[in-house]
Design a protein around this ligand. Structure first.
Ligand SMILES: [Zn+2]
Length: 240
C-alpha cells in the first residue's frame, strides 16, 4: 500500500502520479507482460517522478513503454531519461514534431546544452493496441488540442486516458499551434459513441461523469468558435 497522496492507485495496477506546476500527470500501468507509462511530464519533474516510481518498486529501466498523449513539452519533457530503455510511442503526427524538434509546436526546451535528441520508436496510428495481459489499451486519434493528440481507451474497466483532450467538467484546454477547434468537436463526437466509465486526464482531477463532460466540452468548443465570452479555457501550455 502506497502512502503518498501524490500517488493514487485508481484501479488494480493503474497508478496516477500527479504532476507538479505545469507538468502533466503520469499514469503507470503495471502490466502482466510490460510496464507502461502514459506521459513523462516536464523535464525538471523527472527526479520527482523517479522517486515516485521507486516508491512503487520500479526503476527507470523497468518502464518498457512510454506513450505520449501528444507533442507538448509538459507531456514529453522527461522522455529523454526513458528512451534508452523504453520504447517511446506517440501518434505519428506528434512523432513528426518531436523528432524534428519543432519547438514552435512542442514548446520543449530542457535548458541543458547537452540535451539529447528525443526519439519516438513507435509511430502510432488510430486503433493501434497495446496488450499488457491484464489490460488492453487502444489508441484513439483525437486531433483538436493538437494534431497528434490521442486518447487511450482501456477495454476492461472502460477508462479513457485523455491527455489534454478532455478534462473533468468539460473545461477546454488551450487549442495549440497544431490544433483546430473543428477537429476537436469532431474528435469528441467520436468519443461520445464509446461507453466510458471514467476519464483520466493529463491535468486536474479524474472524472466519473464522462458523458456530461463530453457534452460540455462540445458546447464550450462551439462557443469558442462563435467567439462568445465566458468560455473557460485552461492554459497548461505556458512556456517553462
Ligand atoms: Zn497539451
Amino acid at each position: 500500500m502506497v502512502k503518498d497522496n501524490r500517488i493514487t492507485e485508481l484501479c488494480p495496477n493503474i497508478f496516477l502520479i500527479r504532476g507538479e506546476d505545469t507538468s502533466s500527470h503520469s499514469y503507470l500501468i503495471r502490466g502482466d507482460y510490460k510496464n507502461l507509462l502514459i506521459d513523462s511530464g516536464v523535464d525538471k519533474n523527472f527526479s520527482r517522478l523517479q522517486k515516485f516510481l521507486l516508491t512503487l518498486g520500479l526503476k527507470v529501466r523497468d518502464i518498457d513503454i512510454v506513450i505520449n498523449t501528444h507533442e507538448h513539452f509538459d507531456h514529453i519533457g522527461a522522455n529523454r531519461y526513458f528512451q534508452d530503455y523504453a520504447l517511446i510511442a506517440a501518434h505519428r503526427f506528434a512523432a513528426t514534431k518531436i523528432t524534428v524538434e519543432d519547438r514552435y509546436v512542442t514548446m520543449y526546451k530542457s535548458g541543458d546544452i547537452n540535451e539529447p535528441s528525443l526519439n519516438v520508436h513507435l509511430w502510432l496510428e488510430n486503433r493501434f493496441c497495446f496488450d499488457l495481459g491484464n489490460y488492453r489499451l487502444e489508441v484513439v486519434h483525437t486531433p483538436g488540442h493538437s494534431s497528434g493528440s490521442i486518447c487511450i481507451y482501456e477495454f476492461t474497466r472502460k477508462i479513457l486516458f485523455t491527455g489534454d483532450t478532455l478534462f473533468a467538467g468539460g473545461t477546454l484546454s488551450y487549442i495549440g499551434e497544431s490544433g483546430s477547434v473543428g477537429d476537436y468537436i469532431s474528435s469528441i463526437s467520436v468519443l461520445e459513441t464509446r461507453r466510458i466509465n471514467e476519464l483520466y486526464p493529463g491535468h486536474g482531477e479524474i472524472s466519473k461523469t464522462p458523458e456530461e463532460d463530453m457534452k460540455r466540452a462540445i458546447l464550450n468548443a462551439r462557443a469558442l468558435l462563435r467567439d462568445e465570452e465566458g468560455v473557460e479555457v485552461t492554459h497548461f501550455q505556458e512556456a517553462p
